[in-house]
Every structure is written in structure tokens, then in C-alpha cells.
Design a protein around this ligand. Structure first.
Ligand code: FPP
Length: 241
């Protein structure tokens, strides 16, 4: 597939995978079925974005607030996540050949040790890849991420490693889960909602937003193209004129 399909590509796309529950409800199915379909869409769109030449893409799978959902639903999402990790391990060689670097954004201390170990392993094994950077946010909250970075900086101030005056935007940004990755240029949110929901707050400071009524399990490659076409037409000023 040619990268020329678009004249400008966002360096980093954030995707809020919303609408799984409604997709299932519309079909009289349990919510979990929507997540199963949503996980398939995640794989499809992740691969498509990489083939188009999008270098960084972040998907929001589970927020720090999502623990409030019924246990059965939380367990179903964690199971899907575990399946994905297992598949990524099995396909590690293939992913390395494609130059895919995997990162998992979020606090893994509340996840099972098995999930956390698989996440560490995959991040470590793919850390030298540079072609496609695929991030999956699990037990992620943007405010919590900033807090985490600020606490680490406070420790560095306490130990004398850095002076308060030397703290810059980069100091905070480099302490986030996305570390040196570029800021988010485009946030895609399907399913009709128009909010950021604590997703990549710092990284999306100047992001363009694109919304759609399509529910995530139905989200297609054509929908992704439509978002990129809308992005191409945006006049980004970054606070200038
Ligand atoms: C939001 O839709 C979706 C989630 C909270 C979960 C997203 C999870 C997945 C797509 C699968 C996770 C697995 C992998 C491999 C990433 P919603 O349930 O809030 O939908 P609703 O607003 O229609 O109820």
C-alpha cells in the first residue's frame, strides 16, 4: 500500500475504542460480545494504520475508571487483553520483521502478574523496532500519568538530581508512558461521544479531534481514511495565526 494516499499523515493517532456495549445491545447480545468484536477491530485498524505509514498509534482499551464496570465485563476485557498478549508473543518474529514496537500505557500494578510479565516481555523484545509504534492503554488515566511523572520528578528534586528551576515541559513529558514519542496529532472517537475521557491529556494538547457515529466494532478502514482526509484539511496553528 502506498503512503501517497494522503498528502500529510498524522505522526501520532489516538483512538478511543468506544461503542462496544451499544453494538452488542443493538443485537441483543451480552456486552462482552461487543468487546470481542472491538478487539478484532483493534487488530484490523492497527494493522491498516501501520500499512498506511502512520508511525505512532495509541488505542484506549481500559481506563482507570473502567474498574467500576461489572466484574464479569472487566474479566472479559482482561481475558481479551491476555489473548492479545499471547498472540503477540506467538507472532513476535513476524512483528519484529514488520518493525513493530509495542508499548503498554498505564499502571500495571493492578493487573495480574501474568499480564504484567507479558507486557514487560513484549515491550522489551520490541524496543529496538522503529517502523510502527503501537501503544495499547490499559488501566490508563491521563491525569494519573501526569501525577506519576511529577512524583518521579519530586523524588529527583529531593535527591538533588535536578533543581526545581530546571524542570521543563520535556522533563514532565519524558516521564510519561509515551516518553519520547511525538505528541498526538489526531484523536479519533467513534460512537457519537465527543470527549477525551482522560486519554493522553498531555500528549493531545494540540490534537485535532475527529468524531463519528459509527460504533467501534463496525469501524472500518474507510472510516479511518475519512478521519485522515479530514485531518489533511485542518489548518493547524498551534496557537499562532
Ligand atoms: C468502550 O466501549 C470500550 C471499552 C471500555 C473496552 C475496549 C476494549 C476492547 C476494544 C477490547 C480490549 C482488548 C484488546 C485486545 C485491546 P463501551 O463498552 O463503553 O461501549 P458503550 O459506550 O456502547 O457501552
Amino acid at each position: 500500500m502506498s503512503e501517497k494516499k494522503f498528502s500529510i499523515l498524522p505522526a501520532h493517532v489516538g483512538v478511543i475504542m468506544d461503542g462496544n456495549g451499544r453494538w452488542a445491545k443493538n443485537r441483543g447480545l451480552p456486552r462482552q460480545m461487543g468487546h470481542i468484536e472491538g478487539a478484532k477491530t483493534f487488530r484490523r485498524i492497527g494493522e491498516y494504520a501501520g500499512n498506511l505509514g502512520v508511525k505512532h498509534i495509541s488505542f484506549y482499551a481500559f481506563s482507570t475508571e473502567n474498574w467500576a464496570r461489572p466484574e464479569e465485563e472487566v474479566n472479559a476485557i482482561m481475558k481479551l487483553f491476555g489473548d492479545y498478549l499471547q498472540e503477540a508473543e506467538e507472532r513476535l518474529q513476524e512483528n519484529l520483521e514488520k518493525g513493530i514496537r509495542l508499548r503498554f500505557l498505564g499502571d500495571r500494578s493492578r493487573l495480574t502478574p501474568e499480564l504484567a510479565a507479558a507486557m514487560d516481555y513484549l515491550e522489551n523484545s520490541t524496543k529496538d523496532m522503529t517502523k510502527v509504534n503501537l501503544n495499547l492503554a490499559v488501566n490508563y488515566g491521563g491525569q494519573q500519568e501526569i501525577l506519576h511523572s511529577v512524583k518521579n520528578i519530586a523524588e529527583d528534586v529531593l535527591s538533588g538530581k535536578i533543581k526545581p528551576d530546571e524542570i521543563t515541559l520535556e522533563t514532565i513529558g519524558n516521564g510519561l508512558y509515551t516518553e519520547e514519542q511525538p505528541p498526538v496529532d489526531l484523536v479519533i472517537r467513534p460512537s457519537g461521544e465527543q470527549r477525551l475521557s482522560n486519554f493522553l491529556l498531555w500528549q493531545s494538547a494540540y490534537a485535532e479531534f475527529w468524531y463519528s457515529d459509527v460504533l467501534w466494532p463496525d469501524f472500518s478502514e474507510e472510516d479511518f481514511d475519512e478521519a485522515l482526509r479530514a485531518y489533511e484539511k485542518r489548518n493547524r496553528r498551534f496557537g499562532g495565526v
